[in-house]
Ligand binder design. Structure first.
Ligand SMILES: NC(=O)c1ccc[n+]([C@@H]2O[C@H](COP(=O)([O-])OP(=O)(O)OC[C@H]3O[C@@H](n4cnc5c(N)ncnc54)[C@H](O)[C@@H]3O)[C@@H](O)[C@H]2O)c1
Ligand SMILES: [Zn+2]
Length: 361
């Protein structure tokens, strides 16, 4: 097992990464405050891992909440079911919530923990690659609104993140690929060496080689922990983690929640950001080709769906949280392994990207 630390003063917490950690109750214990625990999961993850998790928590009279599975259920309505179960079971302010599942369960449980009785502690046990490398670390929590993704939320750091890499064994192929999109993102943002490692090891990752996966998860979490420690509330550098996301959120919202996986949309979004950088002269044709090739090798889309016009995409991008005082800010690669946050690009170039980076009709 390897343990990293997210350094946030009094709110610091460990990230444990290794095989079989779900059955290691001693890792949970130090992160539990109070005498009650509620595990939140969904209908897909519950039959696979809930019993093992509950067995570790027997001394805390665990309550479980099993939500429907899917991004389309990441809503205030469904969130309310968590609160109802907690209240029905008389869970008090000292209850610790445990998120057992992918990013949807993690974001919803985190938001429930941020707001239930004005805030209770929580633990992340991410079971998708995407949640293990990204959403479980950093304390962003929330739900979607019909008019925009993740528009309702709060910052609330977990007490501990437990990554059992064995849980990836049951993950569908397309979900594994979706997680790889966020992994590639770390290479592009600020880790050129990791980008090259990914080019050399993509096949091992797709074959789920445990050592390669553990290494990729550790690098990703270390990169994310560093950025979060430097800028917890996204006043500056943390926004770099949004590479590909403003384009991606437009695709996700435009295609309808649940039709494109988050990671798939981010993958296409990163290629669109790289395309814009190329048009601005910030990436060479060869660098752009390497990015697109790596995304394609991870079995991910490199373009937006043809069903969305460039005008629709542009409109959807302006709802994104990254719009400040009417100016759209984007994260754009500037060379391989380096990215910048900028509003300084000619709008016409962005429109060219939106027009050109769509699947052929
Ligand atoms: N908070 C953040 O910082 C942050 C960062 C990135 C993404 N997100 C959010 O994360 C969400 C996407 O997360 P995701 O990709 O994990 O999606 P997800 O939670 O929908 O999980 C994907 C699918 O895999 C299933 N699943 C989970 N674990 C499994 C396992 N071990 N075996 C088999 N099936 C399993 C789930 O039930 C679901 O069907 C989005 O809502 C996105 O906005 C949040
Ligand atoms: Zn993401």
């Amino acid at each position: 097992m390897h343990t990293l630390k997210v350094d946030l003063g009094a709110r610091s917490y460990p990230i444990h990464i290794g095989r079989g950690l779900l059955a290691r109750g001693e890792l949970l214990r130090p992160a539990i405050a109070g005498s009650r625990v509620a595990v939140v999961t969904n209908t897909t993850v519950a039959p696979l891992y809930l019993q093992t998790a509950l067995a570790q928590l027997a001394s805390w009279q665990p309550v479980s909440v099993v939500l429907p599975d899917g991004e389309q259920y990441k809503t205030l309505d469904v969130l309310n079911r968590i609160f109802t179960t907690l209240l029905e079971n008389r869970c008090d302010r000292k209850t610790t919530l445990v998120a057992l599942g992918g990013g949807v369960v993690g974001d919803m449980t985190g938001f429930a923990a941020a707001t239930y009785q004005r805030g209770v502690p929580f633990i992340q046990i991410p079971t998708t690659l995407l949640a293990q490398v990204d959403s479980s670390v950093g304390g962003k929590t929330g739900v979607n609104h019909p008019l925009g993704k993740n528009m309702i939320g709060a910052f609330h750091q977990p007490n501990c993140v437990i990554i059992d890499t064995d849980t990836l064994g049951t993950l569908p192929d397309n979900e594994l690929s979706a997680g790889l999109a966020e992994v590639i993102k770390y290479g592009l943002i600020g880790d050129a060496e990791f980008f090259t490692w990914l080019e050399q090891n993509m096949d091992r990752l797709l074959k789920r080689d445990p050592e390669a996966l553990a290494f990729a998860i550790e690098c990703s979490c270390a990169d994310k922990a560093r950025v979060v420690a430097a800028d917890e509330r996204e006043a500056g550098v943390r926004a770099l983690l949004n590479l590909g996301h403003t384009f991606g959120h437009a695709i996700e919202t435009g295609a309808g929640y649940g039709n494109w996986l988050h990671g798939e949309a981010v993958a296409a979004g990163m290629c669109m950001a790289a395309d814009l950088s190329r048009r601005l002269g910030w990436l060479s044709a060869e660098e752009f080709a390497r990015i697109e090739a790596l995304v394609r090798r991870a079995r991910l889309p490199t373009r937006a769906p043809k069903s969305l016009s460039s005008a629709q995409l542009r409109e959807l991008m302006s709802v994104d949280k990254k719009v400040e005082a009417g100016k759209l800010k984007l994260v754009l690669p500037k060379g391989l392994g380096q990215s910048v946050i900028t509003a300084e690009f000619p709008p016409a170039k962005l429109l060219e990207t939106l027009e050109q980076c769509r699947e052929a009709a």
